[in-house]
Design a protein around this ligand. Structure first.
Ligand SMILES: C=CC1=C(C)c2cc3[nH]c(cc4nc(cc5[nH]c(cc1n2)c(C)c5CCC(=O)O)C(CCC(=O)O)=C4C)c(C)c3C=C
Ligand SMILES: [Fe+2]
Length: 395
């Protein structure tokens, strides 16, 4: 007989997607798009090495990239002739796989890594102190070939074809001036960055982003995300620092862990994402509360306790990570996890102390491993057609 349709929805949980995901976001503005922009579903992140040592060529590249980015984020071809409008004798100035697709909320966000400030381009004196190399953290197993990079571009969109098209065209335009060091695809944003978005889930099945900084929290953005005049060199005023960490999850081990243990590890329940001391997702955790056994209800080594601003002098992050599954690893295990990305005003005061605490004590560590790392200074926004990515750094 016809029974009720079983869905995966929990009762009264709003859907995680906005109604229209086709529209463009503005490219020009005081801050780059792709930071506070409500997190789109898909990611293609790329890190480039600059292979020219000619500063003028690097500046030309940033100008070429900026005009292509201004076009592609509005749903246009990368170049003015387009995929099919140019000379039959020349390679097209757009690769064509996004023809007919809408802007799909594409944002392109650029960042400069510490290595760009070496001797090659005369930028050493302009390296911000906040762009200090990250320390090594206990337990990490970092592969250099998927870490670092001179320049990164984060492409986020609701359609993976649109995000990949954007990165591919930037790499094409950069031919001879940059080479792709590594790139990472992601899906199912693991953080909400707006109060209008429902909180998505990571691959461990938990709501991720509940206590994130949201775009509506303007005073928190000023305090914790945007670099302000006086913080460092003026070219970063209105910019933000991005930390990336590819974090592999031992999914199969996790999947054999009891529900109670999983919830104890995060300090939140799996259904609603409520703190173990509360009922609803946005209830504040009570870290002092003890159970009948006299032990804290939220364990001493629970992730949310160790990451909480109250033990880090108020430090917070704007998390904007994505799930990844890079197929399987040849040993019958999914090569999966979280591509963690977090924006902040100063990694020395935010990511570093939080991660130091987590790396030493977090009970989640048994199920995860950090395998890549990246640090980038993301300059302020491009204000108009005459401006370009990083102009104030080079002029
Ligand atoms: C150094 C920063 C952090 C890393 C690395 C990190 C890894 C990581 N986190 C989850 C899952 C969750 N994290 C949650 C909260 C949370 N995590 C961090 C920082 C890092 N996490 C912060 C600052 C916070 C917020 C703490 C707070 O203010 O309460 C949560 C709970 C829900 C939420 O608030 O988002 C989950 C779930 C995984 C799976 C992971 C590595 C794979
Ligand atoms: Fe976390």
């Amino acid at each position: 007989g016809a029974g009720a349709v079983v869905t995966r929805s929990l009762i009264d949980e709003p859907v995680a997607h906005a109604a229209s995901t086709a529209d463009p976001f503005p490219f020009y503005g005081a801050h780059q798009a792709g930071i506070t922009t409500p997190a789109q579903d898909r990611l293609h992140f790329v890190a480039f090495d600059v292979i020219t040592s000619d500063r003028a060529e690097l500046v030309d590249l940033l100008q070429d990239w900026t005009s292509a980015a201004a076009r592609m984020t509005q749903g246009k071809d990368a170049g003015t002739f387009g995929a099919v409008g140019g000379s039959p004798e020349a390679p097209p100035d757009d690769t064509g796989e996004a023809l007919g697709l809408p802007a799909s909320g594409l944002t392109l966000t650029v960042g400069f890594g510490p290595s760009l400030f070496d001797k090659r381009f005369g930028l050493a004196d302009l390296r911000p102190a906040a762009l200090a190399d990250l320390p090594a953290f206990p337990g990490e197993k970092i592969s250099a070939d998927i870490s670092g990079g001179d320049i990164c571009v984060q492409a986020c969109a609701h359609d993976p074809q649109v995000a990949v098209h954007a990165i591919r065209n930037l790499a094409r335009i950069g031919f001879g001036r940059v080479s792709v060091r590594y790139s990472q695809l992601g899906f199912g944003r693991t953080s909400s960055t707006s109060r209008a978005q429902a909180t998505p889930r990571n691959l461990m099945g938990f709501k991720d982003g509940t206590e994130n900084i949201k775009l509506e929290d303007t005073s928190m953005l000023a305090d914790h995300v945007w670099s302000a005049p006086g913080d460092g060199p003026a070219w970063m005023d209105g910019g933000s620092y991005l930390v990336t960490r590819k974090i592999r999850m031992h999914i199969e081990t996790w999947d054999r862990t009891s529900l109670g243990e999983q919830e104890a590890i995060f300090g939140r329940d799996k259904g609603k994402g409520a703190p173990l001391t509360g009922k609803n997702e946005f209830d504040q955790p009570d870290f002092a509360k003890t159970g009948p056994d006299g032990l804290p209800v939220i364990a001493a080594d629970a992730h949310v306790r160790l990451a909480h601003p109250s033990i880090h002098g108020g430090a917070r992050l704007l998390r904007r990570g994505y799930n990844f599954v890079d197929g399987s690893d040849g040993l019958g295990r999914l090569d999966a996890g979280l591509f963690f990305m977090a924006y902040q005003r100063d990694p020395r005061k935010q990511f570093v102390p939080i991660q130091m605490e987590l790396a030493g004590k977090d009970s989640l560590n048994e199920y995860i491993q950090h395998v890549s790392t990246g640090l980038f200074a993301c300059p302020p926004g491009v204000t108009d057609g005459g401006d370009f990515w990083g102009r104030a750094l080079f002029t």
